[in-house]
Structure formats: structure tokens, C-alpha cells
Design a binder for this molecule. Structure first.
Ligand code: HEM
Length: 279
């Protein structure tokens, strides 16, 4: 069967990918896109089915951008190899550890950030609040307590840009290398510090599991790549949406009176956003 070809305009795609995504889903849900020299699947259910078929869609992609730029992390391994590393880090990210270890620390860190913002007449919710909240939490969870929060955000964004660099932009690639080198410097420094294993961090747990440095480093880079921007944007998105959310009745958010936004903010926003995506 011949692959369907679908051309996209890279400039408008980079500016706002959603119209292109909608067109792909409507006209060519599985298509060869020459501008990216890649076959794109754009429907959730197709991805859900295919990603499990690892004999065809293996996560082991030695030539893939992520593996080339960040090393082979657990998300780029299949079956038992993936399971071994995923199992080893579970104590760091388990709901129990989040509740018993990280939560109190996250609250302390966030209170400290809020205290510093008191008195400012205006704040930038992303840069002044969501970014440090997310980055400071990630410093604790990764074990890279020696990295500044702005550097955490910089290296995260640099890796994400690098992994999305399908057009092979050399500046983006060089910047990504600079970011991964910074992470490796911080890992080396932490490995030599006496309190290295005092925390339930990703660094500590992988070191105790006997993983080699390349594996520890690749998995920490993986956690930093998504673990900074996803919570950062989720926190900012929740705040932003709550600020503009109209009357819950008119948005169909029955069962969520405005008075419950403070305690159920995340639920309200997820429901609000999901209703938009279904449309
Ligand atoms: C709102 C926050 C987050 C979102 C939406 C998110 C989303 C995702 C997604 C979509 C995947 C890919 C899953 C797959 O392909 O099967 C993933 C994998 C992963 N994420 Fe996150 N993530 C978030 C926060 C974090 C944080 C804070 C950390 C670490 C501190 C983290 C560490 C990981 C790891 C280690 C994997 C690989 C798991 C595996 O291969 O089994 N993520 N994340």
C-alpha cells in the first residue's frame, strides 16, 4: 500500500501546530510528511495500539534524536531493559514517596517562593512562580541540588528543543549539547558529595541500584526534559485558566461551584481543557 503524503508549512506549524494537527487527523491520520522526512501518526488510538507493538515500533532507536542527544534513557528501551530501570526508580516517584517525602518539601519551597513575591504589584505567573516551583521540586527529585533553578529550566528547554529539532538546525543542536554537558557537570559534582545518598532522589536510587554513570545520566536527563516543562506549564495553565474561567454553569462544569476552585483547581481545569479537546 502506498503511504499517503501530506505536506505541511513548517513556519506556521512551528508558530501554531494545532491547525496542522487537526488537518492531519482529518485528512491523513497516518502520513508521510516530506518537510520532516517522517511518517506521522496523529490519532491517539493509533498511537496507543502501535506503541505496544515493539517488534515494529521499537523504543530502541539508536539513531533517534533523543538517544543521540541525551543518551539511551529508559524510555528508549523495550521490555525487560525498560522494566528494570523503571522498577528501580519507582521508589523515587511513587505516590507514597511523593506523599511522605516530597510533598512537605514542595510546600516549603513553594511557600518560600510566595514569600519572596509578596509586595510585588505584578508578577509573571510562568517565570516568577511556575518556573521556580517546578525547577526547585525537580532539583530535589533528581538529586541535582547543586543546580540553580534557572539553569534547571534552561537545560530542560534546551533538550526539548534539541529532541524536536527534526529540521537539523545546528544552533539548536549545539545549544542542546551545551545543556546536556551542564547536567553531566552537575551530576559529576554531586557524585563526589558526601550527602549524595541521603535523599530518595533519582541520582541516589540509581547509584544504589548499581547503574553505570551513562544510564544514571540518561535517566536524569529524561526526568529533567519533561519533568520541568510539564509541571511548569501545568501549574501556570491551572492558574491562568482559573483566572479566566467564566461561570462554571456556562462552561458546563456542573458540580464545580466557583467556591471549590481553590481546592479542586486541577480537576476543574482538566475538565475544562478536556471539554475543549473533545470538540
Ligand atoms: C505534568 C507533569 C508531567 C507530564 C504531563 C508528563 C508526561 C509524560 C509522558 C507523556 C511520558 C511518556 C510516557 C510513555 O511514552 O509511555 C512521560 C515519561 C516519563 N516521565 Fe513524565 N511527565 C510529567 C512529569 C514528570 C516528572 C516531574 C518526572 C520526574 C521527576 C517525570 C519523569 C518521567 C520518566 C522517568 C518517564 C519515562 C517513564 C518510562 O519510560 O516508563 N515526568 N512523562
Amino acid at each position: 500500500m502506498k503511504t499517503v503524503q501530506h505536506n505541511i508549512d513548517l513556519t506556521s506549524f512551528i508558530k501554531d501546530p494545532y491547525p496542522t494537527l487537526a488537518a492531519l487527523r482529518r485528512d491523513a491520520p497516518i502520513a508521510y510528511v516530506p518537510e520532516l522526512n517522517a511518517i506521522l501518526m496523529s490519532k491517539r488510538n493509533d498511537i496507543f495500539i502501535c506503541e505496544k507493538n515493539i517488534s515494529v515500533f521499537s523504543s530502541d532507536q539508536p539513531d533517534g534524536l533523543m538517544t543521540q542527544l541525551m543518551g539511551q534513557n529508559m524510555m528508549r528501551k523495550d521490555g525487560a531493559d525498560h522494566q528494570r530501570e523503571r522498577h528501580a526508580i519507582f521508589p523515587t516517584v511513587s505516590p507514597k514517596t511523593v506523599a511522605n517525602v516530597w510533598k512537605a518539601e514542595f510546600i516549603r519551597q513553594t511557600q518560600d517562593i510566595l514569600d519572596r513575591l509578596v509586595g510585588q504589584s505584578e508578577i509573571d505567573v510562568v517565570n516568577d512562580f511556575a518556573m521556580p516551583v517546578s525547577a526547585k521540586a525537580l532539583k530535589s527529585v533528581t538529586g541535582l541540588t547543586n543546580m540553580g533553578w534557572r539553569e534547571m529550566d534552561r537545560v530542560s528547554q534546551g533538550m526539548i528543543d534539541g529532541c524536536a529539532n527534526y529540521t537539523g538546525n545546528k544552533t539548536v543542536e549545539a545549544h542542546c549539547h551545551d545543556c546536556t554537558a551542564s547536567i553531566d557537570r552537575h551530576i559529576s559534582e554531586r557524585m563526589g558529595q558526601v550527602d549524595r545518598d541521603d535523599f530518595s532522589s533519582l541520582l541516589s536510587i540509581q547509584h544504589k541500584a548499581g547503574f553505570d554513570l551513562a544510564t544514571i545520566s540518561a535517566n536524569i536527563k529524561l526526568a529533567i526534559s519533561g519533568g520541568q516543562n510539564e509541571p511548569r506549564d501545568a501549574i501556570a495553565g491551572v492558574i491562568g485558566t482559573l483566572l479566566v474561567l467564566p461561570d462554571p454553569q456556562s462552561t458546563g462544569l456542573r458540580g464545580y461551584p466557583a467556591s471549590s476552585y481553590a481546592s479542586n483547581g486541577v480537576d476543574v481545569v482538566v475538565q475544562f481543557l478536556a471539554s475543549g479537546f473533545q470538540a
